[in-house]
Design a protein around this ligand. Structure first.
Ligand code: ATP
Ligand code: MG
Ligand code: MG
Length: 379
Protein backbone atom coordinates (compact mmCIF):
# COMPACT_ATOMS: atom_id res chain seq x y z
CA UNK A 1 0.00 0.00 0.00
CA UNK A 2 1.15 3.54 -0.66
CA UNK A 3 1.72 5.62 2.48
CA UNK A 4 1.65 9.41 2.57
CA UNK A 5 3.50 11.22 5.33
CA UNK A 6 2.86 14.61 6.88
CA UNK A 7 5.10 16.75 9.03
CA UNK A 8 2.93 18.13 11.82
CA UNK A 9 -0.05 16.65 13.59
CA UNK A 10 -2.43 19.59 14.05
CA UNK A 11 -5.92 19.99 12.63
CA UNK A 12 -4.57 20.60 9.13
CA UNK A 13 -2.73 17.30 9.32
CA UNK A 14 -5.85 15.60 10.62
CA UNK A 15 -7.95 16.80 7.69
CA UNK A 16 -5.13 15.83 5.32
CA UNK A 17 -5.15 12.33 6.83
CA UNK A 18 -8.92 12.10 6.34
CA UNK A 19 -8.56 13.07 2.66
CA UNK A 20 -5.63 10.70 2.08
CA UNK A 21 -7.44 7.78 3.68
CA UNK A 22 -10.58 8.48 1.63
CA UNK A 23 -8.43 7.99 -1.49
CA UNK A 24 -7.12 4.70 -0.15
CA UNK A 25 -3.72 5.74 1.17
CA UNK A 26 -2.13 4.79 4.42
CA UNK A 27 -0.78 7.72 6.42
CA UNK A 28 2.07 8.52 8.79
CA UNK A 29 2.36 11.66 10.92
CA UNK A 30 5.43 13.11 12.58
CA UNK A 31 4.65 15.32 15.58
CA UNK A 32 6.35 15.69 18.97
CA UNK A 33 2.96 15.45 20.70
CA UNK A 34 1.76 11.89 21.35
CA UNK A 35 -1.89 13.02 21.32
CA UNK A 36 -1.79 15.29 18.26
CA UNK A 37 -5.12 15.63 16.37
CA UNK A 38 -3.65 14.02 13.22
CA UNK A 39 -1.68 11.36 15.06
CA UNK A 40 -4.90 10.15 16.67
CA UNK A 41 -6.44 9.27 13.29
CA UNK A 42 -3.34 8.23 11.34
CA UNK A 43 -2.24 4.65 10.63
CA UNK A 44 1.24 5.44 11.92
CA UNK A 45 2.73 8.24 13.95
CA UNK A 46 6.24 9.18 14.94
CA UNK A 47 6.59 11.22 18.13
CA UNK A 48 9.92 12.96 17.99
CA UNK A 49 11.19 16.50 17.56
CA UNK A 50 11.01 17.69 13.93
CA UNK A 51 14.79 17.62 13.47
CA UNK A 52 15.40 14.36 15.30
CA UNK A 53 17.51 12.22 12.96
CA UNK A 54 15.93 8.97 14.11
CA UNK A 55 12.40 10.38 13.76
CA UNK A 56 13.09 11.66 10.25
CA UNK A 57 14.58 8.30 9.26
CA UNK A 58 11.58 6.42 10.64
CA UNK A 59 9.17 8.70 8.80
CA UNK A 60 11.11 8.34 5.55
CA UNK A 61 11.20 4.54 5.98
CA UNK A 62 7.44 4.43 6.49
CA UNK A 63 6.24 6.57 3.58
CA UNK A 64 6.31 7.03 -0.20
CA UNK A 65 5.94 10.84 -0.23
CA UNK A 66 5.87 13.60 2.36
CA UNK A 67 4.07 16.91 2.83
CA UNK A 68 3.75 19.40 5.66
CA UNK A 69 0.89 20.95 7.55
CA UNK A 70 2.85 23.00 10.06
CA UNK A 71 4.03 26.38 8.88
CA UNK A 72 7.09 26.37 11.08
CA UNK A 73 8.34 22.86 10.49
CA UNK A 74 12.10 23.39 10.13
CA UNK A 75 12.89 23.76 6.42
CA UNK A 76 16.03 21.75 7.15
CA UNK A 77 13.90 18.76 8.17
CA UNK A 78 12.13 18.89 4.78
CA UNK A 79 15.48 19.14 2.99
CA UNK A 80 16.79 16.08 4.85
CA UNK A 81 13.63 14.11 4.08
CA UNK A 82 13.97 15.09 0.42
CA UNK A 83 17.20 13.08 0.27
CA UNK A 84 15.08 10.00 0.87
CA UNK A 85 11.59 10.67 -0.52
CA UNK A 86 9.68 13.17 -2.68
CA UNK A 87 8.73 16.14 -0.46
CA UNK A 88 6.05 18.64 -1.53
CA UNK A 89 6.30 21.55 -0.92
CA UNK A 90 10.09 21.54 -0.76
CA UNK A 91 12.18 22.99 2.05
CA UNK A 92 13.37 25.98 0.01
CA UNK A 93 9.82 27.11 -0.85
CA UNK A 94 8.71 26.62 2.76
CA UNK A 95 11.71 28.64 3.97
CA UNK A 96 10.58 31.63 1.89
CA UNK A 97 7.11 31.45 3.42
CA UNK A 98 8.58 31.29 6.94
CA UNK A 99 10.40 34.60 6.74
CA UNK A 100 8.36 37.76 6.15
CA UNK A 101 11.33 39.55 4.57
CA UNK A 102 11.99 36.73 2.09
CA UNK A 103 8.26 36.39 1.49
CA UNK A 104 7.82 40.08 0.62
CA UNK A 105 10.89 40.00 -1.60
CA UNK A 106 9.35 37.03 -3.40
CA UNK A 107 6.02 38.84 -3.86
CA UNK A 108 7.85 41.79 -5.38
CA UNK A 109 9.92 39.55 -7.64
CA UNK A 110 6.68 37.89 -8.79
CA UNK A 111 5.21 41.27 -9.72
CA UNK A 112 2.76 41.25 -6.79
CA UNK A 113 2.52 44.41 -4.67
CA UNK A 114 2.72 44.27 -0.88
CA UNK A 115 2.37 46.90 1.87
CA UNK A 116 5.25 49.40 2.12
CA UNK A 117 7.69 47.98 4.68
CA UNK A 118 11.17 48.13 6.13
CA UNK A 119 13.33 45.36 7.53
CA UNK A 120 14.55 46.01 11.09
CA UNK A 121 17.47 43.92 12.27
CA UNK A 122 19.72 46.63 13.74
CA UNK A 123 19.43 49.86 15.76
CA UNK A 124 20.61 51.70 12.65
CA UNK A 125 17.76 50.26 10.57
CA UNK A 126 15.33 51.17 13.36
CA UNK A 127 16.53 54.78 13.32
CA UNK A 128 16.38 54.93 9.51
CA UNK A 129 12.72 53.86 9.22
CA UNK A 130 10.88 56.34 6.95
CA UNK A 131 8.10 58.38 8.62
CA UNK A 132 5.72 57.21 5.91
CA UNK A 133 5.61 53.71 7.50
CA UNK A 134 3.94 55.10 10.65
CA UNK A 135 1.45 54.35 12.04
CA UNK A 136 2.50 50.81 11.33
CA UNK A 137 2.53 47.21 12.46
CA UNK A 138 5.78 45.69 13.66
CA UNK A 139 5.87 41.94 12.98
CA UNK A 140 8.55 39.41 13.87
CA UNK A 141 10.03 38.13 10.61
CA UNK A 142 9.63 34.55 11.78
CA UNK A 143 7.29 32.33 13.80
CA UNK A 144 4.28 34.66 14.15
CA UNK A 145 0.74 33.36 13.65
CA UNK A 146 -2.80 34.33 14.68
CA UNK A 147 -1.57 37.89 15.26
CA UNK A 148 1.07 36.75 17.77
CA UNK A 149 4.44 38.46 17.44
CA UNK A 150 2.86 41.71 16.18
CA UNK A 151 2.56 45.13 17.75
CA UNK A 152 0.68 48.13 16.38
CA UNK A 153 2.84 51.21 16.66
CA UNK A 154 1.70 54.83 16.30
CA UNK A 155 5.04 56.66 16.38
CA UNK A 156 8.81 56.23 16.68
CA UNK A 157 8.79 55.97 20.46
CA UNK A 158 6.22 53.19 20.31
CA UNK A 159 8.20 51.48 17.56
CA UNK A 160 11.40 51.43 19.61
CA UNK A 161 9.50 50.11 22.63
CA UNK A 162 7.77 47.46 20.53
CA UNK A 163 11.03 46.22 19.02
CA UNK A 164 12.49 45.91 22.53
CA UNK A 165 9.32 44.10 23.67
CA UNK A 166 9.70 41.62 20.79
CA UNK A 167 13.26 40.92 21.91
CA UNK A 168 15.02 42.87 19.10
CA UNK A 169 14.69 39.85 16.82
CA UNK A 170 14.55 40.52 13.07
CA UNK A 171 11.26 42.23 12.27
CA UNK A 172 9.43 43.96 9.46
CA UNK A 173 7.61 47.22 9.99
CA UNK A 174 4.62 47.52 7.68
CA UNK A 175 2.61 50.59 7.02
CA UNK A 176 -0.84 50.17 8.57
CA UNK A 177 -3.23 50.16 5.63
CA UNK A 178 -6.93 51.02 5.66
CA UNK A 179 -8.47 47.69 4.63
CA UNK A 180 -11.72 47.62 2.69
CA UNK A 181 -11.71 43.81 2.82
CA UNK A 182 -9.46 40.79 3.17
CA UNK A 183 -9.41 37.83 0.81
CA UNK A 184 -7.27 34.77 0.37
CA UNK A 185 -6.66 32.54 -2.62
CA UNK A 186 -5.71 28.89 -2.43
CA UNK A 187 -3.93 27.32 -5.37
CA UNK A 188 -2.66 23.80 -5.90
CA UNK A 189 0.30 23.25 -8.20
CA UNK A 190 1.48 19.91 -9.50
CA UNK A 191 5.01 18.78 -10.28
CA UNK A 192 4.16 19.18 -13.99
CA UNK A 193 3.32 22.86 -13.48
CA UNK A 194 -0.48 22.48 -13.60
CA UNK A 195 -2.14 25.10 -11.37
CA UNK A 196 -5.74 24.97 -10.17
CA UNK A 197 -7.39 27.32 -7.70
CA UNK A 198 -10.36 27.89 -5.44
CA UNK A 199 -12.42 31.07 -5.75
CA UNK A 200 -11.19 33.89 -3.48
CA UNK A 201 -12.41 33.59 0.10
CA UNK A 202 -13.60 36.64 2.04
CA UNK A 203 -12.02 36.67 5.51
CA UNK A 204 -12.93 38.48 8.71
CA UNK A 205 -10.26 38.54 11.43
CA UNK A 206 -10.86 39.33 15.09
CA UNK A 207 -7.94 40.01 17.42
CA UNK A 208 -5.60 38.86 14.63
CA UNK A 209 -7.32 35.46 14.36
CA UNK A 210 -9.47 34.35 11.45
CA UNK A 211 -13.08 34.38 12.64
CA UNK A 212 -15.35 34.08 9.58
CA UNK A 213 -14.78 33.04 5.95
CA UNK A 214 -17.43 33.72 3.31
CA UNK A 215 -17.41 32.21 -0.18
CA UNK A 216 -18.01 33.64 -2.74
CA UNK A 217 -16.17 36.59 -1.22
CA UNK A 218 -18.52 39.56 -0.89
CA UNK A 219 -17.13 42.97 -1.90
CA UNK A 220 -14.78 41.52 -4.50
CA UNK A 221 -15.36 42.26 -8.19
CA UNK A 222 -14.76 39.64 -10.86
CA UNK A 223 -11.74 41.68 -12.01
CA UNK A 224 -10.27 41.70 -8.48
CA UNK A 225 -10.94 37.98 -8.11
CA UNK A 226 -9.17 37.29 -11.40
CA UNK A 227 -6.23 39.46 -10.40
CA UNK A 228 -5.83 37.83 -6.97
CA UNK A 229 -5.98 34.39 -8.57
CA UNK A 230 -3.41 35.30 -11.21
CA UNK A 231 -1.09 36.72 -8.52
CA UNK A 232 -1.33 33.56 -6.42
CA UNK A 233 -0.59 31.41 -9.46
CA UNK A 234 2.47 33.52 -10.36
CA UNK A 235 3.75 33.35 -6.78
CA UNK A 236 3.45 29.54 -6.77
CA UNK A 237 5.01 29.12 -10.21
CA UNK A 238 8.00 31.37 -9.47
CA UNK A 239 8.66 29.36 -6.29
CA UNK A 240 8.62 26.12 -8.28
CA UNK A 241 6.00 25.16 -5.74
CA UNK A 242 4.36 21.72 -5.55
CA UNK A 243 1.33 21.34 -3.29
CA UNK A 244 -1.31 23.63 -1.83
CA UNK A 245 -0.43 27.28 -1.22
CA UNK A 246 -2.56 30.06 0.24
CA UNK A 247 -1.94 33.75 -0.38
CA UNK A 248 -3.65 36.35 1.83
CA UNK A 249 -4.50 39.70 0.25
CA UNK A 250 -5.72 43.07 1.49
CA UNK A 251 -8.26 44.95 -0.63
CA UNK A 252 -7.70 48.69 -0.23
CA UNK A 253 -10.31 51.44 -0.43
CA UNK A 254 -9.35 52.29 -4.04
CA UNK A 255 -9.78 48.64 -5.04
CA UNK A 256 -6.06 47.86 -5.20
CA UNK A 257 -4.90 44.42 -4.03
CA UNK A 258 -1.77 43.92 -1.97
CA UNK A 259 -0.41 40.58 -0.82
CA UNK A 260 -0.13 40.22 2.96
CA UNK A 261 1.47 36.81 3.51
CA UNK A 262 1.35 33.23 2.28
CA UNK A 263 1.13 29.82 3.88
CA UNK A 264 2.85 26.75 2.37
CA UNK A 265 -0.05 24.40 3.12
CA UNK A 266 -3.82 24.18 3.25
CA UNK A 267 -5.21 27.19 5.10
CA UNK A 268 -7.86 27.86 7.71
CA UNK A 269 -9.73 30.02 5.19
CA UNK A 270 -10.04 26.96 2.93
CA UNK A 271 -11.69 24.60 5.39
CA UNK A 272 -15.08 25.37 3.85
CA UNK A 273 -13.93 23.50 0.73
CA UNK A 274 -14.54 20.16 2.48
CA UNK A 275 -18.29 20.77 2.46
CA UNK A 276 -18.86 23.40 -0.23
CA UNK A 277 -16.60 22.24 -3.08
CA UNK A 278 -16.43 19.07 -5.15
CA UNK A 279 -12.78 18.64 -4.11
CA UNK A 280 -11.35 19.99 -0.85
CA UNK A 281 -8.03 21.75 -0.35
CA UNK A 282 -6.86 18.60 1.46
CA UNK A 283 -7.78 16.34 -1.45
CA UNK A 284 -5.81 18.64 -3.74
CA UNK A 285 -2.84 18.43 -1.36
CA UNK A 286 -3.03 14.63 -1.59
CA UNK A 287 -3.34 14.73 -5.37
CA UNK A 288 -0.43 17.16 -5.77
CA UNK A 289 1.97 15.16 -3.60
CA UNK A 290 0.90 11.80 -5.01
CA UNK A 291 1.23 12.92 -8.62
CA UNK A 292 -2.50 12.45 -9.30
CA UNK A 293 -4.33 14.74 -11.74
CA UNK A 294 -5.25 18.19 -10.46
CA UNK A 295 -8.75 19.10 -11.55
CA UNK A 296 -10.15 22.59 -10.98
CA UNK A 297 -12.37 22.44 -7.90
CA UNK A 298 -15.90 23.80 -8.18
CA UNK A 299 -17.78 25.61 -5.43
CA UNK A 300 -21.18 23.89 -5.46
CA UNK A 301 -22.73 25.81 -2.55
CA UNK A 302 -22.31 29.33 -1.24
CA UNK A 303 -21.11 29.05 2.34
CA UNK A 304 -19.96 30.70 5.53
CA UNK A 305 -17.37 29.12 7.80
CA UNK A 306 -17.17 30.04 11.48
CA UNK A 307 -14.02 29.24 13.43
CA UNK A 308 -14.78 27.60 16.76
CA UNK A 309 -12.26 28.98 19.24
CA UNK A 310 -11.71 27.61 22.73
CA UNK A 311 -13.53 30.63 24.19
CA UNK A 312 -16.82 28.90 23.34
CA UNK A 313 -15.96 26.16 25.84
CA UNK A 314 -16.26 28.60 28.77
CA UNK A 315 -19.35 30.27 30.19
CA UNK A 316 -19.61 33.89 31.34
CA UNK A 317 -18.00 33.12 34.71
CA UNK A 318 -15.22 30.98 33.26
CA UNK A 319 -16.65 27.51 33.96
CA UNK A 320 -15.97 24.87 31.29
CA UNK A 321 -18.95 23.76 29.25
CA UNK A 322 -19.69 21.91 26.02
CA UNK A 323 -21.21 24.11 23.32
CA UNK A 324 -24.73 23.15 22.19
CA UNK A 325 -23.80 21.09 19.14
CA UNK A 326 -27.25 19.53 18.86
CA UNK A 327 -28.77 22.99 18.58
CA UNK A 328 -26.35 23.96 15.83
CA UNK A 329 -26.78 20.68 13.96
CA UNK A 330 -30.53 21.33 13.85
CA UNK A 331 -29.81 24.15 11.38
CA UNK A 332 -29.99 23.32 7.65
CA UNK A 333 -26.65 22.94 5.89
CA UNK A 334 -24.59 22.83 9.10
CA UNK A 335 -21.32 20.86 8.86
CA UNK A 336 -19.50 20.54 12.18
CA UNK A 337 -15.80 19.69 12.39
CA UNK A 338 -14.13 19.21 15.78
CA UNK A 339 -10.41 18.57 15.89
CA UNK A 340 -10.19 16.27 18.89
CA UNK A 341 -8.01 18.55 20.99
CA UNK A 342 -7.92 17.37 24.58
CA UNK A 343 -8.02 20.79 26.19
CA UNK A 344 -9.89 23.98 25.31
CA UNK A 345 -8.03 27.25 25.73
CA UNK A 346 -9.12 30.77 24.84
CA UNK A 347 -8.03 31.66 21.30
CA UNK A 348 -7.24 28.00 20.46
CA UNK A 349 -8.73 26.65 17.25
CA UNK A 350 -10.92 23.74 18.40
CA UNK A 351 -13.01 23.23 15.27
CA UNK A 352 -15.00 24.97 12.58
CA UNK A 353 -18.58 25.06 11.39
CA UNK A 354 -19.44 25.47 7.73
CA UNK A 355 -22.94 26.47 6.71
CA UNK A 356 -23.81 25.67 3.09
CA UNK A 357 -26.99 26.85 1.41
CA UNK A 358 -28.61 27.35 -1.97
CA UNK A 359 -27.88 31.10 -1.89
CA UNK A 360 -25.28 33.35 -0.27
CA UNK A 361 -28.06 35.18 1.60
CA UNK A 362 -29.41 31.97 3.08
CA UNK A 363 -25.93 30.78 4.10
CA UNK A 364 -25.28 34.08 5.84
CA UNK A 365 -28.64 34.12 7.61
CA UNK A 366 -28.18 30.59 8.92
CA UNK A 367 -24.56 31.29 9.92
CA UNK A 368 -25.70 34.34 11.88
CA UNK A 369 -28.22 32.12 13.65
CA UNK A 370 -25.50 29.57 14.46
CA UNK A 371 -23.22 32.34 15.71
CA UNK A 372 -25.96 33.69 17.98
CA UNK A 373 -26.64 30.20 19.37
CA UNK A 374 -22.96 29.57 20.07
CA UNK A 375 -22.14 33.02 21.46
CA UNK A 376 -20.00 34.15 18.51
CA UNK A 377 -20.33 37.89 17.76
CA UNK A 378 -22.40 38.78 14.69
CA UNK A 379 -20.50 39.70 11.49
P1 ATP B 1 -2.03 34.18 10.32
O1 ATP B 1 -2.65 33.47 11.48
O2 ATP B 1 -2.99 34.51 9.21
O3 ATP B 1 -0.76 33.56 9.84
P2 ATP B 1 -0.32 36.35 11.24
O4 ATP B 1 -0.09 36.34 12.69
O5 ATP B 1 0.76 35.86 10.35
O6 ATP B 1 -1.69 35.63 10.93
P3 ATP B 1 -0.96 38.68 9.58
O7 ATP B 1 -1.71 37.91 8.59
O8 ATP B 1 0.29 39.33 9.14
O9 ATP B 1 -0.66 37.85 10.92
O10 ATP B 1 -1.89 39.81 10.21
C1 ATP B 1 -3.08 39.44 10.90
C2 ATP B 1 -4.16 40.44 10.56
O11 ATP B 1 -3.78 41.75 11.01
C3 ATP B 1 -4.42 40.59 9.08
O12 ATP B 1 -5.27 39.58 8.59
C4 ATP B 1 -5.06 41.97 9.06
O13 ATP B 1 -6.39 41.93 9.53
C5 ATP B 1 -4.22 42.73 10.08
N1 ATP B 1 -3.06 43.38 9.43
C6 ATP B 1 -1.83 42.80 9.25
N2 ATP B 1 -1.00 43.62 8.59
C7 ATP B 1 -1.68 44.75 8.35
C8 ATP B 1 -1.36 46.01 7.70
N3 ATP B 1 -0.16 46.24 7.18
N4 ATP B 1 -2.33 46.96 7.66
C9 ATP B 1 -3.55 46.74 8.21
N5 ATP B 1 -3.92 45.58 8.82
C10 ATP B 1 -3.00 44.60 8.89
MG1 MG C 1 0.85 34.28 9.12
MG1 MG D 1 -2.41 36.11 8.11
Amino acid sequence: AVTLGVMGGGQLGRMFVHAAQALGYRTAVLDPDATSPAGLVSHAHVHTAYLDADGLARLADAVDAITTEFENVPAEALRRLAERRPVAPGGDAVAVCQDRAAEKAHFTASGVPCAPYALIETEAQLAAVPDALLPGILKTARLGYDGKGQVRVADRAALAAAWAELGRVPCVLEQRLALAAEVSVIVARGADGTVVHFPPQGNLHRDGILAVTTVPAPDVSPAQAAEATACAGRIAASLGYVGVLCVEFFVLADGALVANEMAPRPHNSGHYSIDACDASQFELQVRAMAGLPLVAPRLHSPCVMLNLLGDLWFDAVGRERTPDWAGVLALPGAHLHLYGKAEARRGRKMGHLTITAASAEAARATALQAAAQLGISAF
